[in-house]
Design a protein around this ligand. Structure first.
Ligand SMILES: *Cc1c(COP(=O)(O)O)cnc(C)c1O
Length: 372
């Protein structure tokens, strides 16, 4: 059985035509069952008497980037995880923080706010025509480098291993946003200082969970605000507990965290590299079928090894119109607004992100919808 068939088999009610894994993927029946079972347990015993041990979930998640369970903190979204990480990072005034114009909208807003408040210097590093970071642009002297491994608005995969190696050699801590890459492409080997991710996209966990993985905690890194869950009451200043727990929100959607753990274990059971190869295949097939349909053009290289496919409209059509026609044909695709990557997107694009097991028939139907 193919990995796609196995993936689908675990989901008794995958809506046909779901092409939005990059927005909100389809959790498996086991994931849903685990969430509901935890909620029932909380009702039965009382929430505080039903606190699950999430060490195995954290181990499995950390393993996807080559880290350990103590490096993982759960928060409610990728955005919240990025804010927790950067909001508490103590950099000297005047420090330079590198980013690229392909960066995610809310990360850019956060960076601008922090730069203004703390006198950080934001340095936009050069990218090539596809939005890939120019390795030679990474220079010593940066206090921090922020990069999305895959953007929300374009299926280009940044060469994370090379970037990570350059950063390490230059002593630059790398923050890798893996919201669109974990469970999708290989992340191990990047050797980043911190990873920011989210549950509901390629890992196919429940909504309402994000996470931070921080293998390289330094004394400069702490939560923006101390909490009873992550810090010791200490005079005159609270001290962070060892590990990533300093960032974790102790109150949260605990059942959803349990569900994410199950989703990550399923990812391991299928085999991360098998999943990655199947998704890369699916992406290439989708691009081949959709590029040129009705004058729509794929925005990233056709052979990019990702299943996040973005299309630019012909003059006679728009992403909003195409998404509406797709919905009439029972296909779920998404419109990526320019605010998602405000420095890089000039007009909204149509994003097609097929989950594992998407049929050729679904992709052909979409090609016909685009061609009208
Ligand atoms: C979705 C996304 C985020 C934010 O994650 P949320 O869980 O929606 O807050 C950050 N970066 C990228 C590249 C994303 O695609």
């Amino acid at each position: 059985m193919s990995v796609g068939t196995l993936w689908r088999a675990g989901r008794s009610e995958v809506p046909p035509g779901h092409l939005d894994a990059a927005g909100c993927n389809v959790p498996s029946d086991r994931v849903l069952d685990a969430v509901v079972a935890q909620l029932r347990l909380e009702r039965q015993r009382g929430g505080y008497a039903a606190v699950p041990d999430l060490t195995a979930a954290k181990s499995a998640l950390a393993e996807l980037v080559g880290a350990g369970p103590a490096d993982v903190a759960f928060l409610e979204s990728g955005t919240a995880a990025m804010a927790a990480l950067l909001g508490g990072w103590r950099l000297a005034p005047g420090s330079s923080v590198g980013y690229t114009r392909t960066e995610y909208g809310s990360t850019l807003m956060l960076l601008r706010r922090l730069a203004e408040q703390r006198d950080w210097k934001l340095l936009e590093l050069p990218v090539d025509d596809d939005g890939r970071l120019e390795l030679d642009g990474l220079r010593a002297g940066l206090a921090l480098m922020i990069l999305s491994h895959i953007g929300s608005h374009r299926g280009v995969v940044q060469p994370a291993a090379e970037i990570g190696a350059r950063c390490r050699a230059a002593g630059i801590p790398l923050v890798l946003d893996v919201c669109q890459s974990l469970g999708h492409v290989e992340v191990r080997g990047a050797g980043a200082s911190a990873y920011v991710g989210t549950s509901r996209k390629w890992l196919a966990g429940p909504r309402g969970v994000g996470f931070l993985i921080v293998p390289d905690l330094t004394p400069a890194m702490d939560a923006a605000a101390p909490t009873l869950g992550g810090h010791l009451w200490n005079e005159p200043l609270p001290l962070p507990l060892p590990g990533a727990v300093r960032y974790e929100s102790s109150e949260g959607a605990i059942a959803a965290r349990v569900g994410l753990g199950v989703a990550v274990l399923e990812q391991h059971a299928l085999g991360p590299s098998t999943v990655q190869a199947a998704l890369a295949d699916l992406g290439r097939t989708a691009r081949g079928l959709l590029d040129g349909a009705g004058g729509w053009r794929v925005a990233e290289p056709l052979d990019e090894p990702s299943a996040l496919v973005t299309l630019r409209p012909p003059p006679s059509d728009t992403a909003e119109h195409a998404a509406a026609r797709a919905a009439e044909a029972s296909l779920l695709v998404s419109v990526v607004p320019t605010s998602r990557a405000p420095l890089d997107l000039r007009e909204p694009v149509l994003r097609v992100s097929p989950p594992l097991g998407t049929s050729m028939e679904t992709l052909h139907t979409l090609a016909r919808v685009l061609a009208r």
